[in-house]
Write a protein that binds this ligand. Structure first.
Ligand code: NAG
Ligand code: NAG
Ligand code: NAG
Ligand code: NAG
Ligand code: NAG
Ligand code: NAG
Ligand code: NAG
Ligand code: FE2
Length: 470
């Protein structure tokens, strides 16, 4: 690289910056001028430190937890043993007491093409106390390993709680940076809301499920200590008829259990939980959602149940975004938007998090529900009763960044940037939540995008960035 090509690209960036500035003036939204250094996104090799198998005979690995009931008094502990089934039990005790208790789970195995899984254990520990630190041990009878978690405070309207947002993580060097930045963020997320696309094992020949195991070992350092709330993405489908695998979601459903029955759901792909002051609804972009389908009927009955006096914050997770101004997966979420958006406006959803597009984007509060085929009203309009839509598919998987954006930036798009990162949704009380997005290139405390959310039920005043800075 000579100095000549360097100055050329600088000039190019200056011109690009001017063009983007003009776009900003025309449209109100912001396309970040941050330019990430171009590096290839590659998966960490199998012998990486983060994939190391814990030592000892039949040692539990890939340990992860998630909420195990509707209210936060149960925790599902999951782990894998490789040598023999071993014990299905979890021994646990609260930090206040030396009384050890035992919960019994079950284990499963599955085959995928020529891969045979280890023994995948799931154990739901119920009737825990709120707001308490518990230690737990798995691997009873062989090699034991000890971890801990903290249960959430009792459900209630003004309970502060801090959620992390991660999507489309994969297992590249960038994925490791994203997870490290999440862990090191001084805002200290207490639970991860994961918007789908976990391991990306399906990018390997025959969807090499060894990459599901490495992903489980990679994420253990966070997921064994705080719950990750799972959403299914397209990389969880694992539909591979060419190698005889026609049952969708087989690795995902064997490895990641969720408390779907506790919210009256009939399938693990859509469900809800309450946690502190939040009501979280998880939807499936890859299950039927049309009228009369199980997911539709469930959501139709679910939304009226949300009691904003008990849980002021109504958060929805899904994989495929409804509002996305990148030239990747453009309009893939459109048919689901048409089905459910009127409900989100009616029930005043505060925020919708999605992934799928490997970049970051935050929308204004907008809705697009007036169109009726003949009236021509097909442009999103500002709507203070509508959610903010956030695409957070920027975890850093091997497919790389989505950089190509639709131009000009649509008016509904408040901020967009093609960088890897994570976000924090920090609920302060029933009226206020502080949201921030953190790109991997910055220091751990740096916020590249942020917004004060005003609750749509308790404090529905205009919270757009322009209104707040007036
Ligand atoms: C355990 O101790 C913590 C902190 O001291 C306290 O907040 C919590 O209520 C206690 N839990 C139980 C079950 O006693
Ligand atoms: C599965 O098949 C692939 C391709 O034929 C091969 O590379 C791999 O080693 C096989 N794995 C097992 C566990 O047999
Ligand atoms: C491993 O643990 C299981 C369950 O406690 C026990 O039945 C088995 O004998 C142990 N295996 C060895 C080799 O110690
Ligand atoms: C992943 O990140 C952790 C924590 O920053 C670091 O210790 C480890 O060496 C990294 N591994 C790889 C393969 O990048
Ligand atoms: C909503 O929750 C509040 C607080 O828990 C409770 O007092 C009220 O009865 C609930 N409303 C309904 C309709 O269940
Ligand atoms: C960006 O996407 C558009 C629409 O798909 C396409 O026409 C264009 O060639 C792409 N630009 C680049 C640089 O890939
Ligand atoms: C809610 O939190 C915000 C932000 O911290 C604060 O300004 C406001 O006073 C709080 N409201 C109440 C009722 O405490
Ligand atoms: Fe995806």
């Amino acid at each position: 690289m000579g100095s000549r090509s360097f100055s050329c690209s600088c000039l190019f960036l200056v011109v690009l910056g001017l063009v983007l500035n003009v776009a900003v003036l025309c449209n109100g939204g912001k396309t970040s001028s941050f330019v990430r250094p171009v590096e290839k996104t590659i998966d960490m090799p199998l012998d990486s430190d983060v994939f190391r198998v814990p030592p000892g005979y039949n040692a539990p690995q890939q340990v992860h937890i998630t909420q195990g009931d509707h209210d936060g008094k149960a925790v599902i502990v999951s782990w894998v043993t490789e040598d023999e089934p071993g014990s299905n039990s979890v021994i646990y005790w609260s930090e206040n007491s030396s009384l050890k208790k035992e919960a019994k789970g079950q284990h499963y195995t599955y085959k995928f093409y020529n891969y045979t899984s280890g023994y995948i254990h799931h154990c739901n520990i119920r009737n825990l106390e709120y707001n308490t630190k518990y230690y737990y041990v798995v691997g009873i009878g062989n090699t034991t390993r000890q971890f801990w978690f903290i249960t959430p405070p009792a459900v209630g309207p003004d309970v502060p709680y801090t959620f992390g947002l991660i999507g489309d993580l994969g297992q590249s060097f960038d994925s490791n940076k994203t997870l490290t930045h999440y862990e090191m963020n001084p805002q200290k997320g207490q639970t991860v809301l994961f918007v789908g696309d976990l391991s990306y094992a399906d990018n390997y020949p025959n969807h090499d499920n060894v990459r599901w195991d490495t992903w489980g070992r990679f994420t253990e350092r966070s997921a064994a200590y705080q719950p990750w709330i799972w959403t299914a993405g397209n990389h969880e489908i694992d539909f591979a008829p060419e190698i005889g695998e026609t049952r969708p979601f087989k690795p995902y459903t064997n490895r990641y259990h969720v408390p779907y029955r506790a919210s009256g759901s009939t399938a693990p792909f859509w469900y809800s939980i309450k946690r502190a002051s939040a009501y979280i609804i998880v939807l499936s972009s890859y299950s039927a959602y049309g009228k009369y389908t199980p997911q539709y009927k469930w959501l139709e009955a679910e939304l009226p149940k949300v009691n904003r006096t008990e849980t002021p914050w109504l958060i929805v997770l899904m994989h495929s975004p409804w509002y996305n101004s990148y030239n990747y997966h453009y309009m893939e979420g459109e048919t689901m938007r048409v089905m459910y958006e009127p409900w989100f406006v009616k029930y005043k959803v505060d925020v919708v998090f999605a992934g799928h597009v490997h970049a970051y984007e935050r929308s204004e509060r907008i809705s697009n529900v007036d169109y009726n085929i003949v009236n021509g009203k097909c442009t999103p309009i500002a709507d203070q009763t509508a959610p903010v839509y956030i695409t957070i598919g920027d975890g850093g998987n091997l497919e790389g960044l989505a950089t190509n954006m639709t131009e000009p930036q649509p008016a509904y798009s408040a901020y967009r940037e093609a960088s890897f990162g994570h976000a924090i949704f920090d609920i302060k009380n029933r009226t206020h939540a502080y949201y921030s997005w953190h790109r991997n290139q910055d220091g751990y405390a740096v916020e590249a995008d942020s917004m004060w959310f005003y609750n749509r039920h308790w404090h529905p005043v205009d919270d757009s960035t322009s209104a707040q800075t007036k």
